[in-house]
Design a protein around this ligand. Structure first.
Ligand code: PLI
Length: 468
């Protein structure tokens, strides 16, 4: 029990709190049980199809949902909405140079815009792209460009119970075997994500990234980072890799970027903005191609689909995202929720990740076969219990093999309780933990789902279900 919460015991440690105070609040509505039942039926048991106003605590995603600072909001008023050469673009470029260190920056409307450009420029039909587990939009852009994703993450990443401290690491034997099998000339780049989203927000170590760099360099293969949650990954390096315990978050991020040739970035996560992204590279030829292509898909190369004010919010958000106190509070809140659930015997992916707590739906609902989508089922059950919105990250998200049409049945069948940055309080986390606990208590009453509508691309966003 926390001191101050009625505990008779004196505190054994000193608490810390968020490095901000709240200046503006947004009231939320608590839907009744009847309203929740009606809303989830109408949404086809897909939390993506709920209306936001029917949600009490929205933990669907940390993407674009974080709270901006007063400095970011002030920056919005300084938007230079010139079509070409907006000063906010140069602020963004400066921030990327300073914190990520790449030579060239191409702005995009969000992360997948950068993935599209990169895939179109570097991937030829028949190529393969090894990576530390797939991400939905990243893999789809690789496939649409004619490539194929090959998973080279360590086996522990697929085991929710493994407490390996760096489950985002690359298995170097798998990587070497992939290069031997396909040949380096068929591998345009290796794609490495910081805190691997689909594995439960699990980090890669700097030692492993250095080893990956050595392998790729020996074969003349590029290394591209998905920098979306790199600052959060840096927190785990600081805390788990002894050599870097005295490095700042910013210094670790720079070290990571220095081991790569470029990155795709969704500024909607680490960078604390509601929209935005960029592609950053060191190779001038790739930059020239990207600067050409961005005008086809996103907008001119000095705005790439963003308003000037949004570029300013991203530029300022990048600096804030690298502050040690911010990251400690951000990841600390996720760990607080995760530890509560672990203490109460709820099966979650361990260790707890950087941007959310991931429930192990197979262990939670062992009586629901994977073909009946246990994670989708559990996300709907949580909403029904309390109005808390979470997201499926299992068979529905994994989709189908594009060659055979067979459904992927991934080892990880997870519900992601994703925490937006600087938005919710510790009391919100308590409400969420208690809802998960009570759903866990009545888990045997929960039945699976049948899919009644399946979209062709990224089906998890719009698929519909009905209870069995
Ligand atoms: O949502 P975008 O297009 O800004 O970014 C795509 C994207 C790329 N990489 C990674 C690791 C992501 O997590 C990611 C988007 N993630 C979403 C939307 C999420 O809810 O996790």
């Amino acid at each position: 029990m926390r001191p101050g919460a009625g505990s008779p015991d004196p505190p054994k440690r000193r608490s810390w709190a968020e490095p901000f105070r709240i200046k503006v609040v947004e009231p939320v509505h608590v839907p009744t049980a009847d309203q929740r039942r009606h809303a989830i039926e109408k949404a086809g048991y897909n939390t993506f199809l709920l209306r936001s106003e029917d949600v009490y605590i929205d933990l669907l995603t940390d993407s674009g949902t974080s709270a901006m600072s007063d400095s970011q909001w002030a920056g919005m008023m300084l938007g230079d909405e010139a079509y070409a050469g907006s000063r906010n673009f140069f602020h963004l470029e400066d921030a990327v140079h300073k914190y990520y260190g790449y030579r060239f920056v191409v702005p995009t409307h969000q992360g997948r815009g950068a993935e599209n450009l990169l895939s179109k420029i570097l991937i030829q039909p028949g190529d393969v792209v090894p990576g530390n587990m797939y991400f939905t939009t990243t893999r789809l852009h690789q496939e649409l460009a004619g490539g194929r994703f090959v998973d080279v993450i360590v086996d522990e990443a697929h085991d929710p119970a493994s407490t390996h401290p760096f489950k985002g690491n690359v298995d170097l034997d798998k990587l070497e075997a992939t290069i031997r099998h396909y040949g380096a000339q068929r591998i345009p780049y290796v794609c490495i994500a910081g805190t691997v989203n689909m594995a439960g927000g699990q980090p890669i170590s700097l030692a492993n990234l250095q080893a990956v760099r050595a392998v790729t360099q020996a074969h003349g293969i590029r290394l591209i980072l998905d920098a979306t949650r790199l600052a959060e990954n840096a927190f785990f390096i600081q805390h788990r890799e002894e050599r870097y315990q005295h490095y700042s978050i910013a210094a670790i991020v720079r070290e990571m970027c220095a081991l790569s040739d470029g990155c795709t970035m969704s500024a909607k996560k680490d960078s604390l903005a509601n929209i935005g992204g960029f592609l950053a590279v060191n190779d001038e030829n790739v930059f020239e191609e990207a600067r050409n292509l961005v005008v086809v898909y996103e907008g001119l190369h000095t705005y790439g689909g963003m308003a000037g004010r949004d570029m300013e919010a991203v530029a300022r958000g990048i600096g804030e995202s690298m502050q040690d106190e911010h990251i400690r509070a951000r990841v600390g809140q996720v760990l607080y929720l995760g530890q509560k659930l672990i203490d109460w015997g709820v099966p979650v992916v361990q260790p707890v990740g950087g941007h959310g707590v991931f429930l192990d739906a197979r262990a939670f609902l062992p009586h629901v076969p994977q073909q009946q989508y246990p994670a989708q089922t559990l996300a709907a059950a949580l909403y029904l219990d309390s109005g808390v919105r979470t997201m499926e990250r299992g068979a529905v998200s994994a989709g189908r093999n594009r060659d055979t049409g067979a459904e992927y049945l991934p080892k990880l069948e997870l519900v992601r309780i994703t925490i937006p940055r600087r938005v919710y309080t510790q009391a919100h986390m308590d409400v969420v933990a208690e809802s998960v606990y009570f759903v866990h208590e009545k888990r045997e009453e929960i039945r699976g789902l049948r899919m009644t509508y399946e979209p062709r691309y990224l089906r998890f966003f719009q698929a519909r279900f009905e209870p069995l």
